[in-house]
Write a protein that binds this ligand. Structure first.
Ligand code: SF4
Length: 398
């Protein structure tokens, strides 16, 4: 069932133009004070965090804010708090170790078969939890030359099957520019899939229009990962945007960041993941917060995250269950974490505990050898799909 609290906003004609939304982004204390009743702490944070990390949101997204309640999840993701200045010794500017893995200035090559392609440095919101806050803001956008160098790197490395366009928000590029970059990637035979990571369906859903959808449709297989963090972000407008993308044949996934006091309750996560599925967006990841500077107050502890996921299992369909993961500091990759459902295990049986705490024995089969004889026929002559390829084939980052 679609959540009861789907927000319906009256959107004036000029407001439905995404360029108008970007041009009129709210950025300063005064801008936000004209819309909501800022608390003393929020006002203090605007002063204290100046120059640390920018603030900004589209009028559309800011319009979802609760004017008087500072706990509003939209408000908490947008308006700074003084805690952002309390940097901890274990926080990093680059928690995911992307800088040392820049294989070209616009390409991060961390995993063998896929790359991150940073094509823009602007966003339509500056999220308080952003793990790329060192880069985003529009101060040093990737130049055309840098994007060309990135394309060239991808052309030269035959094991890159998957290119994730990111930034910043790639859907802030003009249709012409986006079509050029995606089109160039599509010409590369070894690039099997293109993915786009974007928050625009959430914070500027009017960006999703017929022209954009037709560009995406011409370049399949192409996937989009959105970034909804709270059910309050699901509105008539976001539903329209996601449905248009789904109708254009774009498989939609969602990455949520677990944010303490914002979405860190079973009730909130169940409603979010159900709401996403109802608009054809598959919950893909629930991330434990990254250790990025100034965000300690937004992270939950790991035990809480595991308990929250356990509170979903069995109560929402498996389709609505994302992978709970930690992106290990230093760029060591994502690791799934979960409650242990195996109580005991031996050659004869595995004792499992279900979501209600009931333990049941699952008998093991007599034969344990799981070799697939036909693999040797079907995959004959193909190179090993593992890390045995020399590191030098992946560029200087390796
Ligand atoms: S939209 Fe993404 S990249 Fe931009 S500020 Fe938010 S989390 Fe960071």
């Amino acid at each position: 069932m679609i959540p009861q609290d789907v927000v319906k906003l009256p959107i004036a004609k000029h407001e439905s133009d995404w360029r108008w939304q970007l041009k009129n982004m709210l950025r300063s204390e005064q801008d936000f004070a004209s819309l909501i009743n800022l608390t003393d702490r929020e006002r203090e944070a605007f002063q204290k965090t100046q120059g640390l990390f920018r603030t900004g949101a589209t009028p559309y997204y800011a319009g979802l804010m609760d004017k008087s309640n500072p706990h509003c999840p939209i408000r908490r993701q947008t308006i700074p708090l003084p805690e952002e200045c309390n940097t901890k010794s274990y926080e990093w500017n680059d928690p995911l170790g992307e800088e040392p893995r820049r294989a070209a200035s616009s390409v991060v090559h961390k995993y063998p078969d896929r790359v991150l392609f940073l094509v823009v440095d602007r966003c339509a919101i500056y999220c308080r939890h952003c793990n790329r806050r060192r880069l985003v803001g529009g101060d040093a956008p990737p130049t055309r030359d840098e994007v060309e160098q990135g394309l060239e790197y991808i052309r030269r490395h035959g094991r890159i099957r998957d290119v994730l366009l990111s930034g910043g928000d790639p859907l802030l590029l003009s249709n012409k520019r986006l079509a050029y970059i995606i089109g160039e990637l599509r010409k590369i035979n070894h690039v099997e899939i293109i993915r786009i990571g974007t928050r625009l369906p959430v914070v500027c859903p009017m960006r999703i229009d017929e022209e954009l959808c037709s560009i995406l449709k011409e370049n399949h297989p192409l996937y989009i990962n959105t970034h909804f963090n709270h059910v309050k972000e699901i509105t008539e407008e976001t539903k329209r945007a996601c449905n248009m993308l789904a109708d254009a044949g774009v498989p939609l996934g969602n990455q949520t960041v677990l944010l303490r006091g914002i979405n860190s309750s079973v009730q909130s996560l169940r409603a979010l993941f159900r709401g996403l599925l109802a608009m054809r967006v598959k919950p893909y990841y629930l991330f434990q917060g990254d250790t990025v500077v100034g965000t300690d107050h937004l992270r939950t502890n790991v035990e809480t995250a595991i308990d929250l996921m356990a509170g979903l299992r069995g109560y929402v369909t498996g389709m609505a269950m994302p992978h709970l993961a930690i992106d290990i500091p230093g760029g060591m990759g994502k690791v799934p974490i979960m409650k242990q459902y195996i109580v005991e295990q031996n050659e004869r049986e595995v004792v499992l505990q279900n979501y209600r705490g009931v333990t049941v024995s699952y008998p093991q089969p007599e034969l344990a050898d799981a070799t697939v004889p036909y693999d040797a026929v079907y995959f004959a002559g193909q190179p090993a799909d593992d890390d045995s390829v020399p590191a030098s084939d992946f560029g200087d980052a390796y």
